[in-house]
Design a protein around this ligand. Sequence first.
Ligand code: ADP
Ligand code: MG
Length: 289
Amino acid sequence: ATPMSVMVGVGKAAEHGILIRQGEALQTSSKLDTIVLDKTGTITEGKPAVIAILCADGQQENTLLQLAASLENGSEHPLAMAVLREAERRDLTLSEATRFEAINGKGVTAIVNGQRYRLGNQRWLESEGINVSLSSDSLTQKGATPLFLASEGTLLGIIGVADRIKADSREAIARLREAGMKVIMITGDIQASADAIAAEAGVDEVMAEVLPEDKANKVKALQQQGRIVAMVGDGINDAPALAQADVGFAIGTGTDVAIESASITLMGGSLHGVADAMEISSATVRNIK
Ligand code: ADP
Ligand code: MG
């Protein structure tokens, strides 16, 4: 690899909104055979919205939403933003929450009006001894994420939050697959919701219910099978996996931590940037030889 041809490739990539921090990443991009894509904010817009509220017996939508928003008030998770925006849209006044805790990959908990509440995924609430008697199937079938709200011991309801896939994700993923890539979607979200989004996006494989700390292990396991792996992500959650991958691509609108952990940043956020980078890489490597 001559430094000159790499420089030309890096410049060409920049014209396409692809910022390459390490010249080596440009050369490795032509050797990739596996692309791991985060779901939320990478395949999808990352701007989820509340689409439905399912109430347990005797509960009311606005009461549940008011509580959920009071719990999420201290969180910066995209799911929290959806809940807070909907509470604001309905002009709900939030209650003070104390002893707030965000539990990575699970949900949030705090004390409101002297009672402990939890908002998060079904598996977590069940592990805390809450009997989940309400079905979230109507939400997960649509690819929405169900957020379960419970007081100490009792399920109060489910808030359904949905995120659209980016307009060009499906096309970009098809392009990657035509280039011979195995395309895998990875997410902390539950299997049913992940499957619905995966079908829409057209990926080869889904890894769902992956805890934040395990995303990097999944990338490592693929590498141990001899695969050359790119990770594409936007979140704090994705940072270790971006660093582990042979090439890490950060979404430019994502968190600073993701951008710092990746060797390439896609300014526009489109997944076409991954295929573009691979093509520029191939051209660069061909010129070298
Ligand atoms: P992703 O990999 O899709 O970015 P995370 O690992 O951040 O997902 O979260 C996994 C799951 O944990 C979410 O789908 C949700 O069920 C639950 N969760 C995480 N953070 C929150 C939160 N602030 N409020 C409610 N639920 C949450
Ligand atoms: Mg994400």
